[in-house]
Design a protein around this ligand. Structure first.
Ligand code: MCN
Length: 823
């Protein structure tokens, strides 16, 4: 038992370990899909619809077929019997209308950018050039862009096979447990009522690596490499959609450069590449251009929110009534219909609201389909409730923080069952808020605000609050089942001790920038008492990791991480049996600490888990009936969601002469339970903040009246850069989750969910003195200027929100805003 190299075990959980995966990501010594070159590989280019809505009357591919290097040209007609429909796994109501979504249009196009024909050629350039040789004739149909118009009697239909442009109505109504308070009573008897319409503009998940797929036919099956968040789900869905036996489909998500939800669906491009590769029996690669990505990869948000809050004069909230119109775009994507429904559980947020109603209509328009985008339904809900709490405070003449304190769940009241049905296991809103107020210097800022108002300073200050919570760690399978979601919420793990004491861990989570290899290694190192460096995390390949439900909904730690804990516990139990045998002791007399089994009371009599692994490999001296392997599997189905929360405070300076908004200070105190890796957490929060602030101030997908995306490049779709953002002050309180053994809550979406209302509340706070009580996002300088100087605050979107001359409004002080190396 000496072949094992012993390393001192140190406590890893809670340490800011540098990310293991970054060396190869940063140096490019890695596999991105588009880097792959296979013998005989062909390249695919896609002709996309220039029309928002049209009948395809003819497609002539003759000339394209004669172009140099071209191997084949296909249209929807070629695959009309084999392509099936793209899967939608979330039929939110039994009568939800799903008109079907072909990957390659056959008779009609329903949004600009829809796939119409493909060229397969020996080089990418040849394929791209030959697209010009395809002649498509379209008979235009009316573009349908406005959700309210789309559901008016007599509106033209997006899909000829549906009776209306409404896909579904999902409704929920409840009075808080024991109160039975109906919302209609709350509305009828309210002392104070505040109504607002908030518009969640359409956003584009602009991941760093464009989508890319390489498909290699192997016998009757396929090996699919794809820049996807969901290799396991993609495998099952490709099998079901294309009728390939599932065991013959292997999906690999190699290193994936970000997703933010944008790589969740099964995409038309993945299906088309698979169809073409099988038809030609050759490996085929497709990588989208950035313009294709912005136009055709799914979009996020796009909701009209009508929200009414009722309260007593003393500020006690008595009811909340929410009606959403949610733009599905032209088709239902994998989880698109369910995204706004996730929000249904989050509108009541942290407040004890006795009566609640939520109704959501999912609407078809002739725009790119929508689906999950970082936060998926929860940023929208958080925005609406946190904005309307400020409006209620203004109506009552009350301090907005005081109103929140009056209505939130106090820390003694946990666990607390919300009116929307969720039971929040733990939280301490008071602690996070007190810390945030102190960090930002709230009272001083209020004093300065007063002074600037009185002196009519051209630069005015606004202060914004977001005391948010969210549900993540998706999700208990039975809850998903009750919501008609088409999969479970479990996650799997395998932990294998090798002969040399090193450890291989297979996880069903599929990282695309989150640093799982590092955080999961930290957990395993502490559990087994082995060195952090001795743990290898294997993921993202359905052959080596056959069971999994992938990465989204900030679930990988709170679900996948716990599966790993459970598997290590089983390994330790087995090791204990073998150790007892080796030490000639009773199992119950052994202690296990820091990777070593020792006999209680005689610490000199000990054996390390590495030695046990070696003994297991040798198998010369194992207890009777014990198999010679030291490994175990676990599948963990969480008992509850996790509920991160926090207080985000934002101070903005508004130049009343230019309308430019500068974030003077942004402070967030997040509570995500026990931290595994504070450095990763910090990165996740920074990236999340950048995306949430981007919604507030910068980004909007804009369509013209004909349904063309006019923000189809990064010149027009104004993604902020680091120079556009301030240095963030981040801190934490720790209130462990009581629903999982690590006490952890997710962090991957928190910054995005919390930050948008904090910023807009600050902007409105600065503008309230001019009679302004709302501003349409993104709050561009033009919109802010119009709000101050009188006029329409809804127009003026899509414009750049940059400091003049492109200089950094933050004096070059911006820190990194990335989530990690590849986000
Ligand atoms: N973590 C931790 N301690 C905690 C909570 C989390 O150390 N108490 C670590 C985890 O171990 C993990 C990371 O933080 O390394 C994020 O964990 P988690 O909250 O479980 O989220 P997921 O890993 O499931 O990631 C999904 C989440 C989502 S839904 C989006 S969208 C998003 C995000 O992660 N997209 C991202 N962060 C992203 N980061 C990058 N770089 N790129 C994306 O596309």
């Amino acid at each position: 038992m000496t072949a094992v190299e012993e390393k001192p075990a140190t406590l890893q959980i809670g340490q800011p370990r540098k990310r293991k995966e970054d060396r190869h990501l940063i140096t490019g010594r890695t596999t991105w899909c588009d880097n792959m070159v296979l013998p005989g590989m062909l390249h695919l280019a896609i002709l996309r619809s220039p029309m928002a809505h049209a009948t395809i009357t003819s497609i002539d591919t003759t000339e394209a077929k004669t172009r140099p290097g071209v191997v084949a040209v296909y249209t929807g007609q070629d695959f009309k019997d084999t392509q099936g429909n793209l899967p939608c796994a979330w039929p939110v109501t039994p009568d939800m209308v799903n008109p079907g979504a072909p990957s390659l249009a056959v008779t009609q196009v329903n949004h600009v950018g829809e796939c119409v024909a493909v060229v397969v050629a020996r080089t990418k350039a040849a394929a791209q050039d030959a697209l010009e040789g395809i002649d498509v004739e379209y008979e235009p149909l009316p573009a349908i862009l406005d959700m309210e118009d789309a559901i008016k009697e007599g509106s033209p239909l997006v899909h000829p096979n549906t009776a209306s442009n409404k896909s579904y109505t999902w409704a929920f109504e409840a009075g808080a447990a024991g109160t039975g308070a109906p919302i209609d009573d709350a509305l009828a008897n309210a002392e104070v009522t505040v109504k607002r319409r908030f518009i969640q503009q359409r956003l584009i998940p602009a991941f760093m690596e464009p989508r890319s797929t390489v498909v290699q036919p192997i016998g009757e099956g396929v090996l699919v490499h794809s820049a996807t968040q969901i290799p396991h789900i993609l495998r099952t869905m490709l099998a079901l959609t294309l009728g390939i036996e599932e065991q013959k489909v292997r999906v690999v998500a190699p290193d994936v450069g970000g997703g933010f939800g944008g790589k969740i669906p099964v995409t038309p491009e993945e299906v088309i590449t698979t169809l073409v590769a099988r038809k030609l029996n050759k490996p085929v690669k497709y990588t989208e251009s950035r313009s294709e990505s912005l136009m055709s990869a799914h979009h996020g948000r796009d909701q009209i929110q009508d929200i009414t809050i009722t309260a007593k004069r003393d500020g006690t909230v008595t009811g909340l009534d929410v009606h959403l119109l949610a733009d599905m775009g032209a088709y239902l994507r994998l989880v698109g219909p369910g995204v706004p429904i996730l929000g249904a559980f989050m509108f009541p947020a942290i407040y004890k609201i006795p009566a609640y109603r939520f109704v959501c209509d999912g609407i078809f328009t002739t725009k790119t389909a929508t689906d999950a985008y970082r936060g998926a339904g929860r940023p929208e809900a958080t925005y609406a409730i946190e904005r309307i709490m400020d409006e209620l405070a203004a109506e009552l003449g009350m301090d907005p923080m005081e109103l929140r304190r009056k209505n939130w769940i106090t820390h003694e009241e946990f666990p607390y069952t919300m009116v929307a049905g969720l039971t929040y296991d733990s939280g301490n809103y008071e602690a996070a808020t007190d810390k945030a107020l102190e960090l930002i210097g709230w009272d001083e800022l209020r004093a300065e605000q007063k002074q600037r108002r009185e002196s009519n300073d051209p630069v005015q200050i606004g202060l914004g609050i977001s005391t948010f919570t969210e549900m993540c760690g998706l999700a208990p399978s039975r809850v998903l089942g009750s919501l008609a979601y088409g999969a479970g919420g479990w996650e799997s793990a395998s932990v294998r001790m090798l002969a040399t004491g090193k450890v291989e861990v297979v996880t069903g989570a599929s990282a695309h920038g989150q640093g799982h290899e590092t955080a999961f290694s930290q957990i395993v190192a502490d559990q087994l008492g082995v060195a952090f460096e001795d743990v290898e995390i294997i993921h993202g390949d359905t052959q080596s990791s056959p069971k999994g439900l992938d990465t989204y909904g900030s679930r990988s730690l709170a679900v996948g991480g716990i599966a790993i804990v459970k598997a290590t516990e089983k390994v330790i139990e087995k090791a204990r049996k073998i150790a007892a045998h080796l030490l000639e002791a009773n199992e119950d007399d052994l202690d296990f600490a820091a990777g070593s089994f020792s006999v209680k009371g005689s610490p000199g009599s000990a054996v390390s888990i590495g030695e046990v692994a070696f003994a297991t490999f040798m198998a010369h001296n194992l207890p009777d009936g014990v198999e010679p392997s030291l490994d175990s599997d676990a599948v963990y189905d969480p008992e509850n969601f996790s509920f991160p929360h926090g207080t985000h405070l934002c101070a903005v300076e508004i130049d009343t002469e230019t309308g430019f908004t500068k974030i003077r200070k942004y402070v967030c105190v997040d509570d995500i339970g026990n931290p595994i890796n504070p450095m990763i957490i910090e990165g996740q929060v920074h990236g999340g903040l950048a995306q949430g602030i981007a919604q507030a101030l910068f980004e909007e997908a804009v369509y013209d009246d004909d349904g063309n995306l006019t923000t189809g490049t990064f010149v027009d779709y104004t993604l902020p850069s680091a120079a556009d953002l301030p240095s963030f002050v981040t801190d934490r309180t720790v209130t462990p989750s009581t629903s999982n053994p690590l006490g952890v809550k997710g962090v991957g979406e928190a910054g995005t969910i919390a930050s948008t209302p904090a910023v807009i509340n600050a902007v409105v706070d600065a503008l309230r003195q001019y009679g302004v009580n709302d501003i349409q996002m993104p709050a561009t300088p033009e919109r802010v200027w119009r709000a101050i100087h009188g006029g329409d605050t809804a127009s003026g979107g899509g414009g750049a929100h940059r400091a003049e001359g492109g200089t950094n409004a933050y004096g070059g002080a911006s820190t990194s805003t990335s989530d990690g190396a590849n986000s």
